[in-house]
Write a protein that binds this ligand. Structure first.
Ligand SMILES: Nc1nc2c(c(=O)[nH]1)N[C@H]1C(S)=C(S)[C@@H](COP(=O)(O)OP(=O)(O)OC[C@H]3O[C@@H](n4cnc5c(N)ncnc54)[C@H](O)[C@@H]3O)O[C@H]1N2
Ligand code: MOO
Length: 392
């Protein structure tokens, strides 16, 4: 069995280069930026007033000064500056050349066309041309575009951006016991939940999930599912990954020419993970136990989908203090479902007592997967542990 780190490296090596797609900025929220042109603008494009008041020369203070013109946003003053003068100015207006500060009107006494500055404020209240960004600035690729990025790109006068095409992820759940949500259950049946949950993880990572019809535990049914997935960018199977007589996914994939990267990872839950490539398309075979499927989805599938969009694959880990003592670990890296709460210096992490890999209700209550490396020694309360935060 290979380690989680080795398995992740091999999964990420399956990622094809992202496919560029040009889209309007209005549709770019959440998309993975591949390239934005360098802006030809500087922001602000001119020295800009930051307050409503008067543009003047520091050397002339405190006045009196004669008000000889007016500048408003979109309506610059076109005259020539002269000593002992001021320009009535409003926020966002270009500060006329020759004036070096703006005094806010609250600090100014005005009588007719004359002003005196009662108490000069600190700072010039002028936003220098290019102080936000300069012509030639480019937003760095490899990030998901957020609301502020959209504002910035718009301010840069860039109406279109090039993002990564969202990878289409075919999801194939298999098992004779499975029925669709909403179906009344008969003997031995359970509702298929993994496919919907994995689809949600796909969407969260920026992919487009395509849930295929449930496959039965026969080679023909699974093969039909694999064929239906052929046009996807990634195939994710769920279940049928273990060693039982009805666990057929590996066999069917091999028959269709799977170039296997690995089978089985030294982790808990999620040991029987399968990864490889089918006619150039990456494939992940997730175990069927619901929490195992989700753990593998979070630890391997989401990073792969992010890498396929040119994004940093891994979520940052969080340091937290352990709430209680724990015995030594076995030979597999353990991801414990846990709650996070406020602590004195670092957050406090409290792993659940029950770590059954079938209990979705506990995963749904969890804030994080607390990581215990393989063969981790016994831990005392208060020790610092690494955690993978779960999205809430
Ligand atoms: N002799 C051994 N048995 C098992 C081993 C082993 O090493 N030796 N590993 C165990 C581990 S660990 C896991 S994890 C499971 C994984 O098995 P499979 O991937 O073959 O999963 P299934 O047998 O198909 O299902 C397991 C469990 O999950 C339920 N399931 C499956 N698909 C769905 C779905 N779409 N929605 C909801 N629930 C699903 C299924 O009904 C089973 O209860 O194997 C252990 N066994
Ligand atoms: O590894 Mo299984 O995935 O523990 O339940």
């Amino acid at each position: 069995m290979i380690t989680v780190a080795e398995a992740l490296a091999r999964v990420l090596a399956l990622a094809p280069a992202p496919t560029p797609e040009a889209i309007p900025l209005a549709e770019a929220l959440g998309r993975a930026l591949l390239s934005a042109p360098a802006t030809q603008l500087s922001q602000p494009p001119f020295d800009s007033a930051a307050m409503d008041g008067y543009a003047l020369r520091a050397a002339d203070l405190p006045g009196p000064l004669e008000v000889i013109g007016e500048a408003a946003a979109g309506r610059p003053w076109k005259g020539t500056a002269r000593p002992h003068s001021a320009i009535r100015i409003f926020t966002g207006a270009p500060v006329p050349p020759g004036y070096d500060r703006v005094e806010m009107q609250e600090n100014v006494l005005r009588e007719g066309a004359q002003i005196t500055v009662r108490e000069p404020s600190r700072g010039t209240h002028i936003r220098a041309a290019g102080s936000d960004f300069r012509a030639g600035t480019q937003l760095a690729p490899g990030r998901r575009i957020n609301a502020a990025d959209i504002g910035l790109l718009a301010a840069m006068n860039l109406p279109d951006v090039t993002v990564a095409r969202r990878p289409v992820v075919a999801i194939l759940a298999s098992g004779d016991e499975l029925v669709l949500p909403g179906t009344p259950l008969t003997d031995g049946q359970i509702v298929s939940s993994n496919d919907l949950a994995i689809a949600a993880l796909v969407a969260e990572a920026g992919g487009i999930p395509r849930i295929l019809p449930l496959a039965r535990d026969t080679e023909e049914s699974l093969r039909a599912g694999f064929v239906a997935a052929a046009s996807a960018d990634l195939l994710v199977t769920i279940g049928g990954a273990s060693v039982g007589d009805h666990d057929l996914v590996g066999r069917v994939a091999a028959g269709l020419g799977l170039e296997r990267q690995f089978y089985k990872v030294a982790m808990r839950p999620g040991k029987p993970l399968l990864a490889g490539q089918l006619s150039g398309m990456p494939m992940l075979g997730l175990p069927g136990n619901p929490v195992s499927a989700m753990a593998c989805g979070i630890i391997f599938m989401q990073p792969l989908i992010r890498a396929m969009q040119g994004l940093p694959p891994e979520r940052p880990l969080l340091r937290a203090r352990l709430s209680k003592a724990l015995p030594a670990e076995g030979p597999r890296q353990h991801y414990l479902r846990a709650r996070l709460s406020e602590g004195d210096d670092l957050p406090l992490v409290s792993p659940f007592d029950d770590q059954d890999s079938a209990r979705l209700s506990l995963l749904s209550q969890a804030d994080a997967l607390m990581i215990r490396p393989a063969a981790d020694p016994a831990r005392a309360a208060g020790e610092i542990m690494l955690c993978l935060p779960l999205s809430r």
